[in-house]
Design a protein around this ligand. Sequence first.
Ligand SMILES: *[C@@H]1O[C@H](CO)[C@@H](O)[C@H](O)[C@H]1NC(C)=O
Ligand SMILES: *[C@@H]1O[C@H](CO)[C@@H](O)[C@H](O)[C@H]1NC(C)=O
Ligand SMILES: *[C@@H]1O[C@H](CO)[C@@H](O)[C@H](O)[C@H]1NC(C)=O
Ligand SMILES: *[C@@H]1O[C@H](CO)[C@@H](O)[C@H](O)[C@H]1NC(C)=O
Ligand SMILES: *[C@@H]1O[C@H](CO)[C@@H](O)[C@H](O)[C@H]1NC(C)=O
Ligand SMILES: *[C@@H]1O[C@H](CO)[C@@H](O)[C@H](O)[C@H]1NC(C)=O
Ligand SMILES: *[C@@H]1O[C@H](CO)[C@@H](O)[C@H](O)[C@H]1NC(C)=O
Ligand SMILES: *[C@@H]1O[C@H](CO)[C@@H](O)[C@H](O)[C@H]1NC(C)=O
Ligand SMILES: *[C@@H]1O[C@H](CO)[C@@H](O)[C@H](O)[C@H]1NC(C)=O
Ligand SMILES: *[C@@H]1O[C@H](CO)[C@@H](O)[C@H](O)[C@H]1NC(C)=O
Length: 608
Amino acid sequence: MSVTVLILAFLPLRASDDRLVPGKPLVPGATIVSDGGDFALGFFAPSSSGPANLHLGIWYNGVPELTVVWVANRETPVTNSTTPKLSLTNTSDLVLSDGNGSDHIVVWTTRVKAASSSSSPTAVLMNTGNLVVRSPNGTTLWQSFDHPTDTLLPGMKMALKHGTRDGERLVSWKGAGNPSPGNFSYGTDMDTFPQVFLWEGTRPVYRGPPWTGYRVKSDYQYQTSSTSSIIIYLAVVNDGNQSYTTFTVSDGAWLTRCVVTYTGELQIQSWNASSSAWAVLGKWPPYPCVSYGYCGPNGYCDETARPLPTCKCLDGFVPASTRDWTGGRFSEGCRRKEPLRGCTAGAGAGFVSLPGMKPADGFVLVANRTLEGCAAECDRNCSCVAYAYANLSSATSRGDMTRCLVWAGELVDTGKLGASSPASDTLYLRLARLDVAAGKKTKHNAVRIALTAIGSSVVIIMCIFLAWLKFSGKNRNQGKHKKAPFDSSSDLEFPFVRFEEIAQATQNFSETCMIGQGGFGKVYKGTLGGQQVAVKRLSRDSQQGTIEFTNEVILIAKLQHRNLVRLLGCCGEGDEKLLIYEYLPNKSLDATLFGISRNTLQYHHTTQ
Ligand SMILES: *[C@@H]1O[C@H](CO)[C@@H](O)[C@H](O)[C@H]1NC(C)=O
Ligand SMILES: *[C@@H]1O[C@H](CO)[C@@H](O)[C@H](O)[C@H]1NC(C)=O
Ligand SMILES: *[C@@H]1O[C@H](CO)[C@@H](O)[C@H](O)[C@H]1NC(C)=O
Ligand SMILES: *[C@@H]1O[C@H](CO)[C@@H](O)[C@H](O)[C@H]1NC(C)=O
Ligand SMILES: *[C@@H]1O[C@H](CO)[C@@H](O)[C@H](O)[C@H]1NC(C)=O
Ligand SMILES: *[C@@H]1O[C@H](CO)[C@@H](O)[C@H](O)[C@H]1NC(C)=O
Ligand SMILES: *[C@@H]1O[C@H](CO)[C@@H](O)[C@H](O)[C@H]1NC(C)=O
Ligand SMILES: *[C@@H]1O[C@H](CO)[C@@H](O)[C@H](O)[C@H]1NC(C)=O
Ligand SMILES: *[C@@H]1O[C@H](CO)[C@@H](O)[C@H](O)[C@H]1NC(C)=O
Ligand SMILES: *[C@@H]1O[C@H](CO)[C@@H](O)[C@H](O)[C@H]1NC(C)=O
């Protein structure tokens, strides 16, 4: 009896407390708390400058230290004395207004103008920290996750490019108590070729390597105690029109966020309940050496150096000033041991190959070249000093699957990541005399490089920002003569596989290969890279396809470590969306797939 009473008393409260409806505005002092209790929406006074200035924001409800993850009116605070309120109009617009009567001003709005209908829209604060405005028919009209401020939360999508619109950026606060947009931002530069940047104003502070055509998922495990850890998963999604990356964390992990601090760092923070403080699990730049241009022109930051990454000169170069260099002043960089004498250089001139590098910034992208074409492009242009080449995962917007980068002049912000890093490139560097560097090259010890820990630039991708642009794809190493796509030694990799390869593996999706059919797709059996796989092909006209696809990729990625069904790869080219699983004997595959994703997969065997 008492239980019933409790529930009856509780339900109406819960039903309304996580949402805003027309006619019931939110005012200072009140909050909307997500169902689940993780996040709160309301007015907050961020600074010690007094409660006069209020911002509308979302913060962690259970974290004693006010930690705001989203702010509506960053630059235009409202004051508590003028009756500010957040209302949802019956045309589905969220409006933050200040003042009353004739003084009434709109401070912030979502600018949604849906047709007014007899039933009401709602604005719901989800337990992910996402504020979602839904039309009466359930369509999402606006969500705060599409308008990031300085924080990225698990499940949030960071758009790399939306049609013609630029990718999104995280922008820091101005100061500890000032949510106005600050000096630092983080996002992807799409100008020449996708690269990830942390900027101070327009000055780069940190740069990730140019996209190598592959980077779909990475696991990063942070040991938080001897018995528990936080695993962070990255997925990159491309549905043809929009491309974004998103991250999730393992079940039961601490509250985790990725934030650009007002001090100019990108940090991954997790709430440590036992110490009641945010633990910084990762930060960029992690050490000065990888800061943009730190090692000067023609110098590079060797991230594989132990105990600490250090500046070095590229092969064939020496410090411009030995005294500065040994004194730890690297800004002058390095100069050539032997100057280039134009294209008609004497014997011995040519290109030295440096594997495992993060190529310099300031390149020019040459379209539609093979590796040989790229080499020729650089070779015949006397001002070209270096080139780097990658096969992309799939076509760019121009239908080009190649990435030929060439450099003229000085090489700035080069790095060495180690050849085992999927973000690394082979840099081909023009030298007047190859023999000077050649002897050194043969000493490269592949094993040593492979064993050294992966550099920070790789870690950074977990936090997003891995440029994806108009590609979907596969590992650039998936040329037929390269290693098998599902090489088990590369557990960290989660390749996009090209559509043709899947078509081939399933005999062009023949009926004989089909082992199941369901709500939004068919399941085929095939052989890829010598391994038996089950391929799920989502039907083209499935309205829910993209969302389901994303959910499933993330879901399976999360479950990967539990050794259930292993998601081996995926493919999203044009309308095609395919998921590739480890093939298990019928019964267990059936059980496993049903077991983990009953809602997203309707699949049963057909008997023939
Ligand atoms: C604003 O004023 C209301 C009523 O005076 C008060 O309850 C509330 O705490 C104030 N809000 C803030 C954030 O200071
Ligand atoms: C409207 O705001 C003014 C000050 O801006 C205040 O004097 C007045 O009492 C307010 N009226 C109502 C109805 O809140
Ligand atoms: C919506 O709101 C406007 C103004 O607040 C009002 O005039 C209109 O009747 C409302 N429409 C519905 C369907 O409630
Ligand atoms: C749902 O409502 C929105 C606007 O309120 C409208 O644009 C959309 O077409 C509707 N969708 C369906 C399936 O009725
Ligand atoms: C931001 O930039 C301005 C102008 O360059 C400078 O005065 C200010 O100190 C910077 N703030 C921080 C936190 O670095
Ligand atoms: C992509 O954009 C086109 C044209 O704007 C649109 O018709 C199509 O529905 C979009 N596809 C997806 C998956 O959003
Ligand atoms: C969390 O807090 C506990 C208690 O202060 C501390 O021992 C532990 O090292 C912290 N863990 C992390 C990852 O910061
Ligand atoms: C790329 O070059 C080849 C041969 O040079 C040509 O046939 C093809 O049309 C080009 N593709 C694009 C997208 O420019
Ligand atoms: C040579 O390369 C430079 C720099 O990339 C470029 O500006 C120039 O146009 C190229 N010259 C020729 C003939 O391609
Ligand atoms: C790029 O792909 C082509 C053909 O698919 C292959 O011949 C070539 O070796 C690949 N190059 C690199 C650098 O992977």
